[in-house]
Design a protein. Structure first.
Lengths: 1546, 475
């Protein structure tokens, strides 16, 4: 449908084609979802109206594009309105059969009449062929008067298709309709009609009908006139509002689909779709029968993840699974690590795991078949879903509460969907079927447990098989043949065998990209791991291990539709995919071990060296055909092995052999008939295993790694090998989780990688579907690299005679890999900036810029073309102006020393640039500029500064960019108020998708104070922001922060990867003012080495994609784009500008200017130049000066000016987005580089001239509508004169972020000290919107009667929150939900009282606030570092995961709390009587009983809690039932403090 | 990597020296290598830098962090393997190298550098003690013949590298003993000659043939060499000393430093040297403040000089350089050698006006203070002085190779009179004359032993590539 772009048409009236780096398949969406249903199935028009109202109230969860009328799509699914249809049919002269015997399909038809006619004729023909009756067509009446022009331009013709059943029962008819629809879709797609509107069938069913389109939420009922007809009735209305990352109108992408509406993201969709395709040959269905073949291709290309999911669900249901059964297969709850799950249910999940890999990712899916309606949540509960039930049998479920109001006295239950749980309403049975009942019924419907016991082989339970490793060559040669370097031993293997985890590195990656390296690189290195940012959250695989699983099934997959098969197929299961040598022997002997149930065959993936590199293509082809014939002749485990490598035999890269075989078998429909195991000498680091898994390996035996470990300096080589396996497992968890994938099974084959430096021909043949944007080497060069390694390994190079190659990837080595930071470049930069020598700077810049001989970066290969002739330097914009575009990178105080941190701030403030505080708070003493000359120590404190630095009058140490990262360390109203820009760190270049860690030895007393934590206790930043699981969540956080400081611009930091442009477009639509695109190579204090090397992409590609996508979406003008990642010189700046950046971030270079010498020891706290350490002795050695940093930036700016003069550009603005001025530098000739093609990077979207290419506009944040404007006005007496103010205010869910602007007013005036307690007391009534009382400042009390949604009390800093149910609500508070998810996230001070149950992640990252609540969901008090929490009711699982400080008191009602608590960092204690606690270490310096009792008394006082009063009534008994959750580290710190003060006293 | 916090816990250790009174009695080495424990502790100080500036500071790019760590682990055998992988003769550099690596050590920024040289010294001494230094005989012979003209460190390094890849190598030396400057220029008390002899033995076992009394341009014809050999490497050093053109230069008792030092080495070696000039009971003035001057001081002390004075034309350098502006480069700073410790007067910014003689023999030196402005030297009026001088040793450096050698082969010279050849690219180390290569001081001018070794190694690779089309020798 996509057409070429030209200026003659409105360019936005259709989806642009794939062009440049923009790829439509990257588009993401997220949304608001909800339904209303009558439990007893009573159909009314009121339900339809309620659905529409619900949809309207979800509007803020959607987004609009450049045109505010252009929504992202919305729709409604309902039951077949028989009466209405019958009425309408009469008008058309159609005689409708009885209900159930006819179907109505809503159809999007082409705009051109001739196209439409072709479609209708074809449809009629297919219906006839399937022996059903076409009863006629109805024009669907629509009113398109109020939709955006762009949507109207591609608006389809809306018609309804009416089909009569041909004497079959309704279920058979439904299956037939499914077949008919698939056939129509296939047939019309084959016609390739050129039409602005897409042909599409939203629904075709006898039970349901879907009205949807490219509409704003509130327009659905206006557009479809049918929906307002009183006779149109339904017992259910399922609605959906979409938030898409793009702005291109597409009617077909709206939800609901035929059976579902989905809020979330399926991270594994590529793998799921591939696996579905792989099942083609083996799938059989007794129910669908011959028709099954007509359904293929089951899932066509170019659909959204939700649509693919819907396709699969339809198949399962058509194939005979019940709707809940199918949902449990597709989105199983976490079972493998859940000790609380009952055995039958566990067996059910385990049984089905072999049939279907999970469709994994954050998801709230509402589903219906017209008879039952339900919803389920992903295993980690990463999307919100709340529901309520009324006494008159209505159920309403929605992403948030308040979207529909019901009289409180009629509500009987308010609850939420819990992680992995299902809510099901069976309208035929007329009741709600709870999660336990649905699942237990299904779990016991068949003897799954027995079947499992009968059919399951555990690899670990099988008899051991003798057999050792026989290598064909000696160890050193073999290692060299597989490219082992000394660094593989030192940095990769040694940490793993010592600590069972991957080693850490720091300072990012400045080494050459593999495709630019003159050294032979392994094929693995050309792939970069993708990671989740914004549209889906990464997972914390350590703290939230309960959702993770490495279980792998080796061998054929059972028939997915074999629902009625009597003999369940066999399954071979391993706990994790890294096989020890003896386990591989077991697989080789599997036929004997399983009485021929399994038959394995080893395929040799080495070939004669004599055939040389030219032989590789043939060798790969012969492997794949050998694999095919092996499977066809009955082998069902293929082991691809390179053990035969020797001087005479060369190995095909295992990754190539693996992927080629996997894809070949998928294509041949044989992949699910066999297991695929890789036995390779090449795999040794996490990335290798991740790739093999991602391209289809069910298990990997790294034989050479084991042999290497045996010869390493380890005490017990067996133990060491086990630790290695464990480390790889943890690493796989990390790689999977950073993409938000939780099971190995769904990761396997999911291809979550992009290639950098491989050509499309090679990728398309062997790694189909993987993105590769800049071309590069192909099979010939891959073979050449393998051959070169092989020759040097078995040759007589004296350097390699006794030693492995030095490597030089992780640390600079002479004769190793090239690095940009060399002894020379560092020395020259330091000398230049210290002496203000422009000449020396130029020498430095030349070392970096001139890559004609040392190729390291993509930009190094670019050539800058002239606009015209050179102009005089004087006519170029001044350096003073240019430096304002510069910012320093986000390096937290904590990762670097106070001196280093503040010096950067001083320098940036002197030049009018921006420094970035990083994730760690900032001392308020730094916020005010100094009036007269003084020193750093005098302002911040003599006890804090060990190396004093002189300040001039007017200097400021304030970082104008304040970062908000997932840890929310030190993020208070005052902190935010002090910002010019607030930056949301979505990802970090050095470790995208992972959380930061500040090791305990870097948490000094000062750092701990600023971060509200405990000295000496390591700090963990969660991988995700727990308030950003999707794009609409990000929009919410942006809104929160804008409220927290309306004057600040809000920035979102992203990391380059394929698809980042699309994410950036979404971020721009989410109202971000500023977007940072960071390269993969950025520096860091500490990061796992595989993340430093293998995650993310170069900024050149990411920035170009961002620019292209933003321009195509007409969003570029509203945002400022900043680029960072190893930017070092003026030339880098120019290239950044040409590719689309307005601003530039520098991090490593200014650190080098401050004295950093790239020790790469930041994570060890031993920085010998006092930059990245907190050790006072080492900090004394710091020599950085603000002047040096100032000099540096001016040098860079002058270099920029000289380049501008040379190419004839006077204004910096005129550089931005001029990618046409870039070209590949001529004359660079290298066998690997020659294949690169940057045309996609240099592509300019053909948009009209008036479409902005640079920032020249602002976002409309809509703050004028905020409730806070009113609150601030009314609170004036308190704000200005300190008079107490009490207000009564009504509130609803559309009032988002309430109290935050008010708090900003307080913080601006009074800092963190705030106002006296309760100076402003506001009584709210109603359901608050998201982020109620976010960053609420001291002196404010919010008392809400009603209920809260997600993020209540986010960042609370001193205020008091009280939430209690309405008086008329009759439910028991501790059995009903009162606030949503992620409440009190990042709170630092203040208190809250919630009379009711809170959702998941209550008090996550709380670092000092107090909270009382009557029950919490999963992950309560996660990552908490301070504060006090009292839970007066049940908790969910994984309580206290990662909790290192503060105390929680939990009322252990059922005595099972210990099982639900994550004990890795806490101990459980009794709450002792006050007198027994005297003389012991005390939280808050008082006995626990005193603290707890006071909290409960307050709770009773503030909320009228019945639970609190009853606990107090029998206090002694109650106290004994409380459990104190005490972090081990916190206790240690308290004990040390007590000892220290005792000493001082003595 | 050594020990993570080693650099904060341990101080730099310097190798112990025998007391001055004892050591000046003979010509034996007096520097004692570190004990195992000391070496371990010194190794522990290495921080295993992300960028090992030391490796780049070292002309042969010794992989210093690795052998530091191995010594810390007390794995001496692996340590010598690592050390030998970049340096053919660590026993030379471990004794006489000024250690630019230590200047580049990151600890040197704000503390004392790791004692890299002392570790190197300890490693190689231990290796010899344990017979770990064995001949590495090439597995096959290429049949190609290479002549190396000059047996100094550059020539020896080139010879060893080429022999190990199977070429037939002949080293030609004009003197009676092998070693060039190592043998005749460096006093025994700084490096005993057994070290050269041991290496020679190893090299001979590896197939290197040494021919002495082969003075190209005198008793050996270049053309004969070109006829006999497939390649020739010129490694004859830069032996032409800088002269002092003042009145009285011709007086008796005024001589080049080498003419004073070489005979002493010959005597120590057991040669009979008629008319050796001794400093015994003389007022010695050494002109030139460099290493050679220092060697003159040490030798004069051993002779039993009455007084020793050393003058330097350049100003006295600072005791401590500004590390912020100099590190990791080699600093210009006040250096006091072990010979100075043995006793000598030193003065800077001194130019010699005249040498005063009596009866044809020098008796005094007339000098004056100078000052330097914008690179120009100005005499400071009123600072003239006269000092007693019975022996004046000219140690002002070397200006170029001996011309005869270059002339004999007819190779082009650069503007300093050195053999013209580059060090990078496909033409590296090739002179203008086909199949003639140049390495070491003959090409780069007067320099350090470690630079000579580097050039010898790199030239060997160039020769190997030239002969074989490709080479596995490291650069």
């Amino acid at each position: 449908m996509a057409s070429g772009l030209s200026k003659s048409i409105n360019v936005n009236s259709s989806k642009p084609a794939k062009q440049g780096l923009y790829n439509p398949t990257n588009e993401r969406d997220a949304c608001g979802v909800g339904f209303v249903a009558h439990i007893k199935g009573k159909k009314t028009h009121d339900i339809v109206q309620k659905g529409l109202e619900l949809l309207t109230n979800l509007t803020h969860r959607g987004a609009t594009g450049y045109d505010p009328k252009l929504g992202d799509g919305a729709g409604l699914l309902m039951q077949m309105p028989d009466a209405f249809m019958r009425k309408e049919a009469v008008k058309l002269g159609i005689n409708l059969p009885v209900v159930g015997q006819y179907a109505v399909g809503n159809v999007f038809l082409p705009q051109l009449p001739k196209n439409r006619q072709v479609c209708e004729v074809l449809i009629g023909k297919i219906i006839a062929e399937e022996s059903q009756t076409l009863l006629g067509w109805r024009d669907t009446p629509v009113d398109n008067g109020n939709i955006a022009q762009a949507a109207r331009d591609v608006e389809p013709m809306m018609r309804q298709l009416i089909i009569g059943a041909n004497s079959i029962d309704q279920n058979t008819f439904e299956r037939k309709l499914f077949v008919i629809r698939k056939r129509i879709e296939h047939a019309i797609r084959a016609l390739d009609l050129q039409d602005k509107a897409a042909f599409y069938i939203p629904s075709l069913s006898s039970r349901t009908i879907v009205y949807k389109g490219m509409l704003l939420a509130n327009e659905v009922g206006v557009y479809y006139k049918d929906l307002n007809d009183e006779t149109l009735v339904s017992a259910l209305a399922l609605v959906h509002q979409r938030f898409s990352t793009n702005t291109f109108p597409a009617w077909d992408l709206a939800h609901p689909f035929r059976m579902i509406a989905h809020n979330g993201e399926i991270n594994t969709v590529q793998g799921n779709v591939n696996w579905m395709a792989a099942r083609h040959e083996t799938m059989k269905s007794s129910v669908i029968g011959e028709d099954l073949e007509k359904l293929w291709p089951l899932i066509v290309d170019g659909q959204s993840d939700s649509a693919c999911f819907d396709n699969c669900l339809e198949l399962l249901v058509a194939g005979g699974y019940s709707l809940p059964h199918a949902m449990m297969m597709l989105i199983p709850e976490a079972w493998s690590n859940n000790s609380l799950m009952d055995q039958d249910r566990r067996a059910f999940y385990e049984y089905h795991a072999a049939l279907m890999e999970p469709w994994d990712g954050p998801a709230a899916v509402a589903f219906t078949d017209g008879r039952m309606i339900g919803a389920t949540l992903d295993r980690n509960g990463l999307r919100p879903a709340r529901y309520l039930v009324t006494e008159d049998d209505l159920v309403m479920m929605a992403s948030e509460m308040g979207v529909l109001t019901f009289p409180q006295e009629k509500i009987v239950k308010k609850w939420r969907l819990e992680p992995g749980k299902m809510l099901l309403i069976d309208m035929e049975q007329g009741r709600i079927i709870g999660d336990a009942e649905v699942k237990n019924t299904l779990a016991t419907a068949k003897p799954y447990k027995q079947w499992l016991e009968k059919t399951r082989y555990f690899l670990s339970d099988m008899p051991k098989v003798e057999g050792g490793l026989e290598m064909a060559a000696d160890l050193l040669d073999t290692q060299q043949a597989f490219g082992y370097t000394q660094e593989d031993i030192k940095f990769v293997l040694q940490p793993m065998v010592d600590n069972a985890e991957e080693g850490s590195g720091s300072m990012g990656n400045d080494a050459a990209l593999p495709v630019l390296s003159v050294k032979p690189k392994l094929l693995y290195n050309y792939f970069k791991q993708l990671f989740a940012q914004v549209t889906n959250p990464p997972i914390d695989p350590i703290r939230e291990e309960l959702v993770m699983s490495l279980v792998t099934f080796i061998g054929p997959k059972p028939n997915l539709l074999g629902v009625d098969e009597a003999t369940p197929p066999m399954r071979l299961e391993a706990a994790q995919p890294v096989l020890m040598l003896d386990e591989l022997e077991q697989l080789k002997a599997i036929a004997t071990l399983t009485q021929n149930q399994y038959k394995s065959i080893v395929l040799d993936i080495t070939y004669p060296m004599a055939q040389g590199k030219a032989g590789m293509a043939a060798a790969v082809a012969s492997i794949t055909s050998a694999a095919q014939s092996a499977v066809q002749s009955g082998f069902n485990i293929l082991i691809l092995s390179d053990r035969n490598v020797s001087a005479d035999r060369l190995a095909i890269p295992a990754l190539l052999a693996c992927s080629a075989t996997h894809e070949y078998l998928v294509g041949a429909g044989l992949r699910t008939s066999t297991g695929l195991v890789i036995d390779t000498g090449s795999a040794r680091e996490v990335h290798h295993f991740a790739l093999l898994a991602g391209y289809g390996a069910e298990a990997v035996c790294p034989w050479l790694a084991f042999e290497t470990i045996k010869h390493m300096d380890v005490k017990d080589s067996k133990e060491a090998a086990k630790k290695f396996v464990k480390a790889i497992g943890k690493g796989l968890y990390k790689v999977m989780s950073k993409m938000g994938i939780s099971t190995y099974q769904s990761y396997c084959g999911a291809q979550i990688f992009e290639a950098i430096g491989l050509n499309s021909a090679f990728v398309n043949q062997y790694f189909t579907g993987t993105t590769t944007n800049i071309e590069g080497i192909g099979l010939d060069q891959v073979a050449e690299e393998a051959e070169r390694l092989h020759i040097s390994a078995f040759g007589d190079d004296p350097v390699l005679a006794k030693h492995l190659d030095a490597g030089g990837e992780y640390a600079f080595r002479v004769r190793g890999e090239e690095h940009m930071w060399t002894p020379d470049s560092i020395a020259k930069l330091q000398h230049a900036t210290r002496t203000n020598s422009a000449t020396t700077y130029k020498e430095y810049a030349k070392l970096i810029n001139d890559q004609t001989r040392r190729h390291m970066t993509l930009r190094g290969l670019f050539e800058i073309k002239s606009v015209g002739s050179a102009i005089p330097l004087e006519s170029v914009e001044s350096a003073k102006e240019i430096v304002k575009r510069f910012a320093t990178g986000a390096m937290s105080l904590g990762s670097i020393s106070t001196e280093a941190h503040a010096t950067l701030a001083i320098a940036m403030n002197r030049i009018g640039g921006k420094s970035n505080t990083g994730e760690g708070g900032e001392d308020a003493k730094r916020f005010i500029p100094v009036a007269s000359a003084t020193t750093m120590a005098k302002v911040i404190g003599e006890d804090v500064i060990v190396k004093d630095i002189a300040l001039q009058a007017g200097d400021s140490m304030r970082s104008s960019i304040k970062q908000v990262a997932s840890g929310r360390f030190g993020v208070t109203a005052e902190y935010l108020a002090s910002a010019d820009q607030i930056q949301i760190k979505m990802a970090q270049g050095a470790k995208p998708g992972e959380g930061g860690q500040l090791p305990g030895h870097k948490v000094s007393e000062y750092i701990a104070k600023l971060r509200f934590s405990v000295p000496g206790v390591g700090l963990i930043s969660p991988p995700p922001h727990h308030d950003i699981y999707s794009i609409e969540d990000l929009a919410q956080l942006i809104h929160d922060l804008k409220n927290a400081n309306p004057k600040a611009s809000i920035s979102v930091k992203l990391v380059a990867e394929t698809g980042v442009g699309t994410v950036a477009a979404g971020v721009a639509k989410a109202k971000s003012d500023h977007i940072v695109i960071a390269g993969h190579d950025g520096g860091t204090g500490a990061s796992p080495i595989s993340s430093v090397k293998h995650a993310g992409g170069p900024w050149e590609i990411g920035l170009a994609e961002t620019q292209q996508t933003l321009v195509l979406n007409q969003l570029r003008g509203r945002v400022v784009v900043q680029v960072d990642g190893q930017i070092k010189t003026g030339r880098d700046v120019i290239i950044g500008a040409l590719l689309g950046a307005d601003e530039f971030g520098f991090a490593t270079a200014p650190l080098v200017v401050e004295g950093c010498i790239m020790m790469r020891k930041c994570h060890l706290n031993t920085c010998p130049v006092g930059v990245a350490t907190q050790d006072p002795e080492l900090r004394k050695r710091f020599t950085g000066q603000p002047e040096h940093v100032v000099n540096y930036f001016f040098f860079v700016a002058e270099e920029v000016r000289e380049l501008m003069a040379a190419i004839g550009v006077a204004k910096f603005d005129d550089l931005i987005g001029r990618a046409d001025l870039l070209d590949m530098q001529a004359g660079i000739d290298h066998w690997k580089i020659n294949g690169l093609d940057f045309s996609k990077v240099f592509h300019l979207p053909a948009m009209p001239a008036e479409v902005s290419r640079k920032n020249n506009d602002v976002q409309d944040h809509g703050l004028v509508h905020a409730l806070d404007n009113k609150l601030v006005a009314l609170a004036k007496p308190a704000l200005e004169d300190g008079k107490k103010v009490v207000l009564d205010v009504a509130i609803s869910n559309t009032n988002r972020t309430v109290g935050t602007m008010l708090s900003n007013q307080i913080a601006t005036r009074y800092g963190s000290a705030g106002l006296p307690d309760d100076s402003i007391h506001i009584n709210f009534t109603g359901t608050s919107g998201q982020s109620f009382a976010a960053f609420l400042a001291k002196g404010v009390t919010f008392e809400l009667t009603g209920e809260g949604n997600d993020y209540v009390g986010k960042g609370l800093c001193g205020g008091r929150i009280i939430i209690k149910p309405p008086v008329k609500f009759r439910g028991l508070a501790h059995e009903n939900i009162i606030v949503g998810n992620t409440v009190m996230y990042g709170a630092t001070t203040g208190e809250s009282y919630f009379r009711g149950v809170a959702g998941e992640r209550f008090c996550v990252r709380n670092s000092g606030a107090t909270a009382v609540v009557e029950g919490v969901g999963n992950h309560g008090c996660e990552y908490m570092t301070g504060g006090t929490v009292a839970v007066l009711g049940l908790t969910g699982q994984n309580f206290a995961a990662g909790m290192s400080g503060g105390v929680a008191y939990v009322y252990d009602e059922d005595g099972l709390f210990a099982k639900r608590c994550n004990m890795s960092m806490v101990a459980l204690e009794k709450v002792e009587a006050a007198d027994a606690a005297i003389g012991k270490v005390q939280h808050l310096n008082q006995p626990d009983e005193v603290t707890l009792k006071a909290l409960i008394e307050n709770h009773a006082k503030y909320t009228g809690s019945v639970r609190a009063s009853s606990l107090l009534a029998d206090w002694t008994t109650s106290r004994s039932k409380f459990i104190k959750v005490m972090p081990i580290e916190y206790k240690r710190a308290l004990t040390e403090l007590a000892t220290a003060s005792a000493k001082q006293a003595a | 990597m050594g020990k993570v916090t080693g650099f904060m816990e341990y101080n730099r250790l310097t190798e112990a020296n025998l007391p001055v009174v004892d050591r000046v009695k003979n010509y034996k080495e007096f520097v004692l290598h570190l004990s195992d424990d000391q070496a371990k502790q010194q190794g522990a100080r290495c921080m295993d830098c992300g960028i090992p500036f030391c490796t780049s500071g070292c002309p042969v790019n010794n992989i210093i962090p690795d052998f530091n760590d191995l010594v810390y682990q007390q794995d001496w055998k692996s340590a010598i393997d690592v050390l030998h992988s970049t340096n053919n003769f660590p026993e030379f550099t471990g004794r006489i190298c000024p250690a630019p690596c230590e200047a580049a050590c990151t600890l040197n920024i704000n503390a004392d550098a790791v004692g890299i040289k002392s570790i190197e010294h300890a490693i190689i001494d231990k290796a010899w003690e344990n017979d770990w230094v064995t001949p590495q005989v090439a597995s096959y012979k290429t049949g190609k013949k290479v002549a190396i003209v000059g047996s100094g460190p550059a020539g020896l390094a080139a010879a060893q590298q080429l022999a190990r890849v199977g070429h037939t190598v002949v080293v030609l030396e004009k003197n009676s003993r092998i070693g060039g400057l190592l043998r005749y220029g460096i006093p025994d008390f700084k490096m005993e000659k057994i070290h050269i002899d041991r290496r020679m033995a190893q090299m001979q076992a590896e197939g290197v043939e040494f021919r002495v009394h082969q003075h190209v341009g005198e008793n050996v014809k270049a053309d004969d060499l070109l006829a006999e050999f497939d390649a020739v490497v010129l490694a004859g050093g830069a032996e032409h000393p800088r002269d002092l053109p003042v009145l009285g230069r011709d007086l008796d008792g005024v001589m080049y430093a080498m003419d004073f030092l070489t005979p002493q080495n010959q005597v120590v070696a057991g040669d009979v040297v008629p008319n050796q000039v001794l400093a015994t009971n003389k007022n010695v003035v050494v002109i030139g403040g460099g290493d050679t001057g220092s060697d003159c001081v040490g030798t004069s002390n051993r002779h039993g000089a009455l007084s020793i004075t050393q003058f330097e034309l350049m100003p006295q350098p600072p005791v401590q350089e500004d590390k912020q502006l100099v590190w990791p480069n080699w600093p210009l700073k006040m250096r006091t050698s072990s010979s100075h410790e043995e006793g000598a007067n030193r003065d800077w910014s001194i130019t010699t006006k005249e040498l005063i003689g009596e009866n044809g023999k020098v008796v005094a030196l007339k000098g004056t203070k100078v000052e330097w402005k914008d690179g120009k030297m100005l005499e400071v009026s009123g600072t003239e002085f006269t000092i007693k001088a019975d022996l004046v040793l000219l140690a002002m450096g070397f200006v170029s190779p001996v011309e005869k050698l270059l002339k004999a082969f007819g190779v082009d010279k650069d503007n300093r009179g050195n053999a013209k050849a580059t060090t990078e690219g496909v033409e590296s180390y090739k002179t203008s004359k086909a199949k003639v290569f140049a390495a070491g001081d003959v090409r780069r001018g007067q320099s350090l032993v470690v630079w000579a070794i580097r050039e010898g190694r790199q030239a060997a690779r160039a020769v190997d590539e030239f002969l074989m089309g490709s080479s596995t020798l490291p650069r």
